[in-house]
Design a protein around this ligand. Sequence first.
Ligand SMILES: [Cu+2]
Length: 157
Amino acid sequence: MKKITLLLVAFCASFTVFAHEYKAGEIRVVHPYSVPTLPGKDIGSAYIGLENKGPQNDQLIGASSDRAERVEIHTMSMEGDVMKMRQVSELEVKGGDIIKMKPGMGYHLMIYGVKPPLKVGDKFPLKLQFKKSGSVEVSVMVQERDVGVKAAEGHSH
Ligand SMILES: [Cu+2]
């Protein structure tokens, strides 16, 4: 277990070295990644880090990709004992705030109608639209799913 954690840390660190990040106005988009689609499924999810370097609040209001029919902003939260997922129209990034999407809780981007299926090593374009900072196209890397991701995909759509 410890070895796996160290490997993941090294993996993420290497992205930092290669500056896998983008800017839209005051918003920094860090390390956009996805995981392989499950066999026979055309639904994927993507995770990004968002940092608002400015003092004003901004909102992620949409996303799209050439590789998919549509992309939705989703949030997951516990309702009683059940993990529920719902679509939201926008994700607020407050001035000075950092939001890190990750599998299993909070926000993620749901990608519908992915073609061809996502596999490890793929890269695909994702366009993000912010209310104040405009839009930016980022390259999403498809990386190995970890235990947390498997747990996250236990939820239904
Ligand atoms: Cu979802």
